[in-house]
Design a binder for this molecule. Structure first.
Ligand code: PBG
Ligand code: ZN
Length: 328
């Protein structure tokens, strides 16, 4: 029997809305959405992030109140970014037990103990040069010191876990960061705290709005000596397998939409997978919608569905709050 037209007419599956609904198998669930939040140590009032309409830098108590409201809406969790009042060359504010991220985590846990709180573990918000670890000179060139960064990241993870973080998410792209953090957590008695590794994080042009939000743009140079080259796909599996071997419990791909091939590839590994729909992806939708070029809600749902279809288990997105509203 012929499988082609006119015997096979795929539109026959689409005329009837009830059949269409019955066959619609991708399910968006608000519990798999993670909302990034920005807590500032120096602000006494919320500040608009101009390149991310609808997102704010918030004083710690406001960030915690906001997290509580997200918990009440059923969001899966929050990803906490801290913006400290002062910075130094090593980023030592990151592992200060009284630091802004630590304070924010404690305030969230006071309000909603059950809300999943993920701590972004990096140093770029805390270094005065904006790189993800301390700098060192090597062969006449200044670049991030891998070993120095590992020590700082490990101390930061322990401090974040002490303050109540449920999950540690290292994003500095240093070699060995997962092992260093795993060892430090275990030694400090946090052997039950899982690591969500930003294993496959590209040196992307889509992080611009975030760097305004987190005040973490590098003052000189770029991050291409540590974040991945989008044009070198062979390194993807190597990074993912290395992190699993070092003790990562979950993996992340970042950004999301331009890397669906990679999400689909890593979805075959036996570890939960997160996709980070980043600030630039959010901004593209927001500004296009504001210009009347598209409908924000429909596009946000379409993007999120694409991430699910590709195999993401968790979706980190600035649309988390709106999606939870839209999905109820
Ligand atoms: C810090 C970090 C960045 C993002 C998350 N963690 C920025 C960067 O690597 O420069 C980007 C998130 C976004 O754009 O939404 N290492
Ligand atoms: Zn960083």
């Amino acid at each position: 029997m012929s499988q082609g037209y006119p015997n096979r007419q795929l539109r026959r599956l689409r005329y009837n809305p009830s059949l269409r609904a019955a066959l619609s198998s991708v399910r968006l669930n608000k519990r798999e959405l993670i909302a990034p939040i920005f807590a500032s140590q120096s602000l006494s009032q919320r500040r608009v992030i101009s390149t991310m309409p609808g997102q704010f830098q918030r004083p710690v108590s406001d960030a915690a109140d906001y997290a509580a409201s997200l918990a009440d809406k059923g969001v899966g969790g929050v990803l906490v970014f801290g913006i400290p009042a002062s910075k130094d060359a090593s980023g030592s504010g990151a592992w200060n037990d009284e630091g802004v991220t630590q304070q924010c985590i404690r305030e969230i846990k006071k309000r909603r103990a059950e809300l999943l709180v993920i701590a972004d573990t990096c140093l770029c918000e805390y270094t005065n040069h904006g790189h993800c670890g301390p700098l060192v000179e090597f062969g006449g060139k200044v670049d991030v010191d891998n070993a120095g960064a590992l020590a700082g990241l490990a101390a930061t993870a322990v401090s974040q876990a002490k303050s109540g973080a449920d999950v540690i998410a290292p994003s500095a792209c240093m070699d060995g960061q997962v092992r260093a953090i795993r060892t430090a957590l275990d030694n400090a008695g946090f052997e039950r705290t899982p690591i969500l590794s930003y294993a496959v994080k590209f040196a992307s042009s889509l992080y611009g709005p975030f760097r305004e939000a987190a005040e973490s743009a590098p003052k000189t140079g770029d991050r291409r000596s540590y974040q991945m080259d989008p044009l070198s796909p062979k390194q993807v599996m190597a990074e993912a397998l290395a992190d699993l071997e070092e003790g990562a419990d979950m993996l992340m791909v970042k950004p999301a939409l331009a890397y669906l091939d990679i999400i689909a590839q890593l979805a075959t590994l036996p570890a939960p997978l997160a996709a980070y729909h980043v600030s630039g992806e959010y901004a593209m939708i927001k500004f296009a919608a504001a210009a009347g070029a598209l409908r924000e809600r429909d596009v946000a749902i379409e993007h999120t569905a694409a991430l699910k279809r590709s195999g993401a288990d968790l979706i980190i997105t600035y649309f988390a709050e709106q999606l939870t509203d839209w999905l109820t």
